[in-house]
Design a protein. Sequence first.
Length: 255
Amino acid sequence: MPERPPQLVLENRGRPIELPFHCTAEDIRWAGMSCTEEEPCPIFLELSAAAHSGKRTVVSGNVHSESVTLYSVLLASDDAGQTWGEAHERIRGAGIDRIQYLDAETGWISGEELFPIPQNPFLLSTEDGGQTWSERPVLRDSSEDRFGAVQQFFFSSKTSGSLILDRGKGTDQERYALLQSENGGKSWNIRQESGKPLRLAQAIPAGDWRVRADAISRSYHVERRQGERWNSIAAFAVRLQACKPPPLEAIPDQQ
């Protein structure tokens, strides 16, 4: 699993920022991609949500090929979008999306591994305003079925939270599950199961920050609502560096 580059700084120069991505031979093998020097595999950035706490803006998303999610991405800015870095290491095969800040220090982001199918759902949690994030598995018992995706979650306090899990089992009577936590998402207990979709009584409220896809510039805009207008503070390019096999090392002459 690649670690977050400690000195990575992406500058906002008024045009879509391209997130650095270097596809390795292991990435190609793991994802089962057929990339060649002549026909490299296109790679894309997808951003899902934005939120703000204190002076820090965070944006969730993933990096993917045309068919496979490769890594989660969590971007952060402390200067109103002028510079950006990555607030958490990229998680292979995972995507992260919904963000809830309860107060200036406490927040959560939902995610799951998406390859080959949604499984191993988790939350990222912070207690320092998004400076650091901890990964919290939703399903901890090794005997539990690991398949599923987080459909909704909501915390009413620093300790009390609820979550809806879609296990993706068709018409099975246990496809959907309501889980509750009383320790800030460190562990979860199943409270209800159903073959029909479940909904939480409370949902994450719409905030003053959002992500908007812009087809003309082929980018995602991170926007802040000011009065009745949404103003873009930064944009990120959808298209990233393509995947292709690394060059073969020169074979030394045998004499």
